[in-house]
Ligand binder design. Structure first.
Ligand SMILES: [Zn+2]
Length: 186
């Protein structure tokens, strides 16, 4: 099932996700629907809050040609798509400043500095514990989605200047979110 993606202004995006204790059929269905939604919207990742849910789950799929040429080999051991349950990011290394977008902020991009590499520990859909070292755009996408699970959004990563320059766009997105009755019900 494809979800409508929640956009900035929807209060669910500020919710902190709740730990998943067991991989139920409901969680498996949610993961499948989130992947379907991410691919349909051509996103590189999607977090539960973006489909109106609050379980600690996100999905990520960054194809090699989007990872940054110097990172493709480093990321090769990571099988995609990633379905991350209760993900925790650690061991940040280096820093990269890149343009970043978000399905919950249509047509808005911001330069965001993040660690170039990090480790993500998570539970898989098989209930087992995993760890992956991720780099470049893949590391960025993982960190972005884990931010979502903590209620942290792209707008929070923008400098005061960037925010001022994007004020009009941010207002428009918020207004459209409030006008959308489907989202009011989400
Ligand atoms: Zn996002």
């Amino acid at each position: 099932m494809k979800y409508a993606v929640t956009t900035f202004g929807n209060p669910v995006l500020r919710k902190k996700a709740v730990e998943i204790k067991a991989v139920t059929q409901d969680i498996k269905d949610l993961a499948a629907s989130m992947l379907e939604t991410m691919y349909a919207e051509q996103g590189l990742g999607l977090a539960a809050e973006q489909v109106g849910r609050t379980e600690a789950i996100c999905v990520v799929d960054v194809p090699p040609d989007c990872q940054g040429a110097e990172f493709v080999e480093l990321n090769a051991p990571v099988k995609m798509p990633l379905v991350l349950l209760n993900p925790v990011v650690s061991d940040p290394e280096g820093s990269l400043r890149r343009k970043e977008g978000c399905l919950s902020f249509p047509d808005l991009y911001a330069e965001v500095t993040r660690p170039r590499s990090c480790t993500v520990a998570y539970m898989g859909l098989d209930g087992r514990h995993y760890e992956a070292r991720v780099h470049g755009m893949l590391a960025r996408a993982v960190q972005h989605e884990v931010d979502h699970l903590n209620g942290v959004l792209l707008v929070d990563k923008m400098s005061p200047t960037q925010k001022a320059l994007s004020a009009g766009k941010l207002r428009r997105i918020k207004k459209e979110t409030l006008e959308d009755s489907n989202q009011a019900r989400a």
